[in-house]
Design a protein around this ligand. Structure first.
Ligand code: MN
Length: 254
């Protein structure tokens, strides 16, 4: 079995090391990850400059590791077309430092890494831990191994990706697993305004998340101590709206 692992926190992040170490005894793991921090870069793809991919061993059991001067989506594309020889069975992305809950998936580079895998017809999984400070990667890595085994056992294949969020708890304190839909999360106090050393105003985007807590959604269950699993699709069509507007008559030939 051949697994490609990427992330958006950069190849030197602790999360990708934990994920690689966890999976290396059950598969040939190829790490292809960004050189630098790429969080919230979504599916950004580098077209207007060349990319470099240098070998960068993590020494945690992987077959090979490369750091790429691009984005998570670039990394997966390069892995599929150039860097990894032979069929790739799974693409994993993470373990992200911080959650990817609700609307976060639109912005997330971690989720985009998995989405690029799915776009290439490879089943992919994004893993995130629900904490920016003192993340317990060991809990998420343990679960990654369990979930990958299940995906293989159930013969899940092709253009699908999963968004997995793990609460930041000790393994024994995690309550279980919930299969849920994407929740709603908005941000408040999104723009910090300051002045640079030259007196010029700058804006810094960030903010605090406000979640609509709900037992059927990712943010709802993760905040109650469960691991959330959300299957995701490439097709973003709104089928209800498609049905409605299909009744419209817009005649451009009149
Ligand atoms: Mn990140």
């Amino acid at each position: 079995m051949r697994i490609v692992i990427t992330n958006d926190d950069g190849i030197e992040a602790k999360g990708i090391k934990a994920l690689t170490a966890a999976l290396s005894d059950m598969a040939d793991v190829y790490v292809v990850a960004p050189w630098e921090q790429q969080s919230a870069g979504s599916h950004s793809t580098t077209l207007h400059k060349p990319l470099r991919a240098d070998e960068f061993p993590l020494n945690v059991g992987e077959k090979k590791a490369y750091r790429v001067s691009g984005t998570p989506a670039d990394c997966v594309l390069l892995a599929v077309d150039v860097l990894v020889k032979g069929k790739i069975d799974l693409v994993l992305s993470g373990i992200n430092q911080g959650p990817n809950l609700g609307d976060d998936v639109i912005y997330s580079g971690t989720v985009a890494g998995a989405r690029e895998g799915a776009l290439n017809g490879i089943t992919s999984i994004a893993f995130s831990i629900d904490a920016f400070e003192n993340p317990r990667y060991e809990s998420a890595a343990l679960f990654a191994k369990i979930f990958v085994k299940k995906i293989i056992e159930e013969k899940i294949k092709g253009e699908i990706y999963f968004n997995v969020n793990v609460p930041n708890l000790q393994w024994k304190s995690i309550k279980g697993v919930k299969f849920v839909r994407q929740g709603k999360r908005r941000y408040v106090d999104r723009v910090m305004i300051g002045k640079d050393p030259f007196g010029k105003v700058y804006y810094w985007i960030g903010g605090k998340p406000v979640d609509s807590e709900n037992d059927e959604t990712d943010n709802g269950v993760v905040h109650k101590g469960y691991i959330s699993i959300t299957p995701m699709k490439i097709d973003m069509t709104d089928y209800d709206m498609l049905k409605r507007i299909s009744q419209w008559d817009i005649d451009i030939k009149r």
